[in-house]
Design a protein around this ligand. Structure first.
Ligand SMILES: *[C@@H]1O[C@H](CO)[C@@H](O)[C@H](O)[C@H]1NC(C)=O
Length: 228
């Protein structure tokens, strides 16, 4: 609960069309929270796309998509989720690519009372993942490998037996108990990180649900309040 999770991944080399590699955090239950990195494969020499998504109380539909500024199949790169009471950050090689601020003061729910697990998987998503589902998985190129190293987790540990609200209390900085991720300097992006995020959004973003007026004739409330 809260903290930072990082893993270094080298994505599927060559023809990865139709595959999705995922690295995500999720809580259990029908009203679960989830923070997703999904790496959408492509045909040989065509670029991977990163899709991120956030579920709060069981509701997702908050996709963003980016092209990367490097080839993620050649070397390991680090992908991190940073989570505290103030925001959720998605980072690639420590560059923020997405921020979900806590806007509870605007009545928007924020994930902060369900502990989460950390997961990764690779699966066949050729009905939608690559070029809108037009390119299917070529099984003659199987098996498809994503490779991992350097898994790091620095978070508040919650025993499975402890209820969400109880763990939320145990994982809050209070009195002498201070968690590093609650330091005031980490309550928002610093100037350098804000510039990095601007650069990513200007140069690499290919889709943002917050600008998809065809899909959302009425914009989700968090989009109205969260201007970049
Ligand atoms: C795959 O490559 C095509 C052509 O370069 C590109 O339009 C698309 O965004 C890439 N990513 C996916 C997931 O299809």
């Amino acid at each position: 609960m809260f903290g930072k999770v990082t893993v270094q991944i080298k994505l599927v080399e060559g023809d990865s069309a139709g595959t999705v590699t995922a690295f995500y955090m999720s809580s259990d239950g029908p009203n679960h929270n989830e923070f997703d990195f999904e790496f959408l494969g492509n045909t040989t020499a065509e670029p991977y796309t990163i899709q991120t998504n956030i579920y709060v109380n069981g509701v997702g539909n908050r996709e963003q998509r980016l092209n990367l500024w490097f080839d993620p199949t050649k070397e390991f790169h680090s992908y991190s989720l940073f989570w505290n009471q103030r925001h959720v950050l998605f980072l690639v090689d420590d560059t923020p690519i997405r921020v979900q601020p806590n806007m509870e003061n605007k009545g928007i729910p924020f994930p902060k009372d369900q502990p989460m697990g950390v997961y990764s998987s690779i699966w066949n998503a050729d009905d939608w993942a690559t070029q809108g589902g037009r390119v299917k998985t070529d099984w003659s190129h199987a098996p498809f490998f994503a490779t991992y190293t350097g898994f790091e987790i620095d978070a508040c540990e919650v025993p499975a037996s402890v209820a969400g609200t109880e763990s939320a209390k145990n994982c809050s900085s209070s009195g002498v108990k201070r968690y590093w991720w609650d330091e005031p300097t980490l309550a928002e992006l610093n100037v350098h990180q804000s510039h990095q995020l601007k650069w990513v959004r200007a140069r690499h973003m290919v889709y943002d649900y917050c600008t998809d007026t065809a899909r959302f004739p009425v914009m989700p409330v968090e989009c109205v309040h969260h201007r970049h």
